[in-house]
Design a protein. Structure first.
Length: 504
């Protein structure tokens, strides 16, 4: 019988799709490898590991939440659960005791973005420390960070949520005056005194202060082991951070000092600048446009300040609400000579400063201070391209610049050894904007040593040949004269052509 083929179809192949996608990695022929399939790695939060320096600025709560400060990177949130002291993690209370405010630390941080962080800065970002240590560096720290699990990241997120909750709840202490210049007006007793200041409306205001608020050349009265009315004479000019307060109806004292500074300022305490709020009068600081307020973040500060207000109220009620100053044994300032004598008594570096005063230019009293006590986005790290290097440099030599071979890939993290001695030395040696190398002057230098004159590091500098520089031998190639057509390929009696330098 005749058979007719109407249609022939190939059955669809049965392919079992894998549960996970397979990523095919293309490998060049120069790698001398065959294409391989790589299973995708589970994505986790990454940390740009760059060792940064800072100090403990303030503890927010007793549970361990606090803030670090770096002049270059601003403020960083941290928690005592991520702190190592001499390579060991301690109990929170002991760690806080051994790491007081003002202690220098090293840390690794991670930046988090989101609209919730707009209450901190316009960039809507917050930097949080994932590891903080002082003393001996913890062992296998990078491995511990790389092995962070969901529980670790959730704990860090909880710390950020708690901090934002404090800000939205307005529980921090706003400062009405920040580093405002004033004059000691008088003393009510051995612990309380008054300071005269001029507010933003050029109106005179009285600010009362307590003995525990005073710091003279970075030390407290207790550290100086003296009496308040003797160490801080009446008439002395000081700087004060103050907040608004209410003593009783009709009282002319409307401000309370948070900190009083005579002489050199310490690095702590210092308020934090945040957007919004009631505003602060800080004539010596650069403040961004819009309303910004300085805050003290310690939660216990409010209760401590209220106790001092209650102490002032009791004093005024005992004196029928009249301000009566105590003058027995109180030191006073009446002339510039008295001011110099006071400085010579309390400033430990007074004589050294007097010797350097003639050579150092005086600072402009109207120059404002750049505010670094703010939350801000991390700095963009600049990586030099090959064209940006000076001619003759060795691109990719380990330790040559920050961001070259000093940075290694560690799992999903970028490891940077910017604080190594080799990297610091090498980074300084590359700082040359011009392509020409200056000839060093060796007058007065020791044999075999070259003074640091900002030269570009290269072994091929012609001006360094006399001091051991590497001289490249010029490669010469002699070429015979090619035979002419008239010589039938046999005449080589002519001299060779001019020598030609082989260029590669």
């Amino acid at each position: 019988d005749d058979v007719t083929l109407v249609c022939m179809k190939r059955p669809a192949p049965i392919i079992s799709l894998p549960s996970d996608d397979i990523e095919c990695v293309e490998i060049l022929d120069s790698d001398e490898e065959f294409p391989v399939c790589v299973k995708p790695v589970e994505k986790v939060d990454t940390v740009t590991v760059e060792e940064k320096k800072g100090y403990v600025k303030e503890y927010i709560e007793t549970e361990g939440l606090g803030v670090l400060h770096s002049d270059e990177h601003g403020l960083v949130l941290f928690h005592l659960s991520n702190v190592w002291i001499n390579g060991e993690q301690l109990e929170k209370r002991e760690a806080k005791t051994r790491l007081p405010v003002g202690s220098n630390v090293l840390y690794y941080e991670k930046a988090f973005e989101g609209p919730d962080y707009k209450v901190l800065c316009e960039a809507e970002v917050i930097c949080q420390a994932v590891a903080v240590w002082t003393g001996e560096r913890p062992k296998h720290l990078l491995k511990q960070i790389d092995e962070f699990g969901e529980e670790d990241w959730a704990r860090l997120e909880e710390h950020r949520r708690t901090f934002l909750l404090y800000i939205r709840g307005e529980v921090f202490t706003p400062a009405a005056f920040v580093r405002l210049r004033g004059r000691v007006h008088g003393y009510l007793n051995g612990e309380l005194g008054l300071i005269e200041v001029m507010d933003e409306n050029n109106k005179e205001q009285n600010v009362f202060f307590h003995v525990n608020d005073v710091r003279i050349y970075r030390k407290t009265i207790r550290e100086h082991r003296t009496f308040l009315h003797q160490a801080l004479p009446v008439g002395l000019h000081v700087f004060v951070d103050a907040r608004r307060c209410h003593v009783f109806q009709g009282c002319e004292i409307k401000y309370q000092a948070i900190a009083v500074f005579a002489g050199t300022w310490p690095k702590v305490p210092y308020p934090t600048l945040l957007p919004g709020g009631p505003g602060s009068y800080a004539p010596k600081h650069e403040i961004p446009d819009g309303t910004h307020t300085f805050y003290y973040l310690e939660l216990q500060l409010e209760s401590l300040q209220q106790k001092k207000v209650a102490q002032l109220k009791s004093f005024l009620e005992a004196n029928q609400e009249n301000l009566r100053f105590e003058w027995r044994g109180v030191a006073t300032i009446n002339s510039k000579i008295d001011v110099e004598q006071w400085k010579a008594t309390w400033d430990p570096y007074y004589h050294q400063k007097q010797q350097r005063a003639n050579n150092r230019p005086r600072r402009d009293p109207h120059e404002k201070i750049h505010t670094t006590h703010t939350f801000k986005a991390p700095l963009i790290r600049h990586f030099k391209t090959k064209e940006e290097f000076d001619p003759g440099s060795l691109v990719g030599q380990p330790g040559s610049t920050q961001g070259s071979m000093s940075e290694h890939s560690f799992g999903s993290m970028n490891v940077s050894r910017t604080s190594s001695r080799l990297s610091q030395y090498s980074d300084q040696s590359w700082k040359s904007d011009d392509s020409k190398v200056r000839t060093p002057s060796l007058a007065g230098s020791l044999p075999g040593r070259i003074s640091n004159l900002g030269l570009t590091r290269t072994w091929y500098n012609p001006s360094m040949f006399s001091m051991g520089g590497l001289r490249l031998k010029t490669e010469i190639k002699d070429e015979p004269v090619m035979p002419d057509e008239s010589s039938n390929g046999t005449d080589f009696s002519q001299p060779p052509l001019a020598k030609r330098i082989k260029m590669e």
